[in-house]
Design a protein around this ligand. Structure first.
Ligand code: GDP
Length: 323
């Protein structure tokens, strides 16, 4: 058990994103008094000299490395250079600075897309690098795998206490609701909402509807991150998810029932399906004693409420973003 106490100096790298903002809420709820953050304007995490300077000045004891360039299937397949460059640089600079200005512990967060496209389901931690990756997000996956290997290499060579966790598909407050670059769940919330607002009863869903995905509310993820930072100690990464999945069609029907019950679904099969199935084996996490608390329907309902209440500042809803 690692002592991650309320008076620790904790750096949340990427605090404005879906994950980082949830970790801030969690630390705030637990009464942490020295949470450190830096905006993109204050600190370019791709710049090693700037990151070193920031670490020297601020001396964090714990780091949640949850910053990165992220996006859904379309953004990943059309902007692969940004996804590989930004993420590889951000992971490398923060990990290296956390070694140069020693932190007590760093938690690096990856993604379930690190596993091979044809991975046996549910996907176990040891399945990493056992086969070819899904093409639509290969750049992002390679950067995320490099992040795990970075943490392991610094642990092996320098004895750094760096650990990695791989979450499943996430959703919740501060999500990106752009129709172009978001992930499926916020995209569907947005699409059903817009159809209802505009009096349309037909909503387009990308792909065939048959791929299966697992979804975790980001508040559950934040809870898991703090739990893992306190209780997990191994070079190998640990999966974070619910262990339950559903088809994209079932997901779309659930969102429809919550947002616009009268709507019908049309499947646009010119759009890619991506990986056929992505379900994590969460046995290791369950054995440690952590389980998710927020059910999918309840989570979608609260995300939709958040979307309605924050319509004007939700990412991806600014004029032009919906094109
Ligand atoms: P992935 O899990 O990396 O494939 O990323 P996404 O969350 O972007 O997509 C998951 C699945 O949902 C894919 O099969 C998409 O084709 C499908 N999907 C259906 N409608 C949408 C949509 O409006 N946006 C996105 N991003 N995906 C959609």
């Amino acid at each position: 058990m690692i002592e991650l106490n309320r008076d620790a100096r904790v750096f949340v790298a990427g605090h404005r994103g879906l994950v980082g903002s949830a970790i801030l809420r969690k630390l705030d709820a637990e009464g942490f008094s020295q949470v450190l953050t830096a905006t993109r304007e204050q600190l370019d995490l791709r710049d090693q000299a700037a990151v070193n300077y920031w670490f020297r000045a601020n001396r964090p004891e714990f780091v949640f490395l949850v910053a990165g360039t992220v996006g859904g299937i379309l953004a990943n397949s059309t902007r692969p250079a940004e996804f590989i460059y930004d993420n590889m640089m951000i992971h490398a600079t923060v990990v290296h600075a956390a070694h140069l200005f020693p932190v007590r512990r760093l938690l690096y967060l990856g993604s379930s897309c690190i596993y091979p496209r044809e991975c046996p389901q549910p996907m176990k931690e040891e399945d990493l690098l056992s086969g070819p990756l899904e093409q639509t997000n290969e750049s992002y996956a390679i950067a995320k795998i490099a992040g795990i290997k970075l943490c392991q290499a610094y642990r092996r060579q320098y004895g750094c206490d760096f650990i990695s966790a791989m979450p499943t598909n996430l959703y919740g407050p501060n999500d990106n609701f752009s129709l172009k670059s978001s992930h499926v769940l916020p995209a569907l919330i947005r699409r059903f909402h817009d159809a209802k607002a505009e009096g349309r009863d037909e909503v387009v869903v990308w792909g065939t509807g048959s791929p299966r995905r697992e979804f975790l509310h980001v508040d559950d993820l934040a809870d898991a991150c703090v739990f893992v930072a306190r209780h997990y100690d191994d070079a190998e990464h640990i999966n974070i998810g619910t262990g339950e999945d559903l088809t994209i069609r079932e997901l779309a029907e659930m969102v429809r029932d919550i947002v616009h019950p009268d709507a019908g679904l049309t499947f646009d099969t010119s759009k890619p399906d991506g990986t056929p199935r992505k379900l994590l084996d969460v046995g290791r996490l369950h054995d440690l004693g952590w389980r998710h608390k927020i059910g999918l329907r309840e989570g979608i309902e609260s995300s939709y409420r958040w979307f309605l209440e924050n319509r004007d500042r939700a990412r991806g809803t600014e004029p032009g973003a919906a094109a």
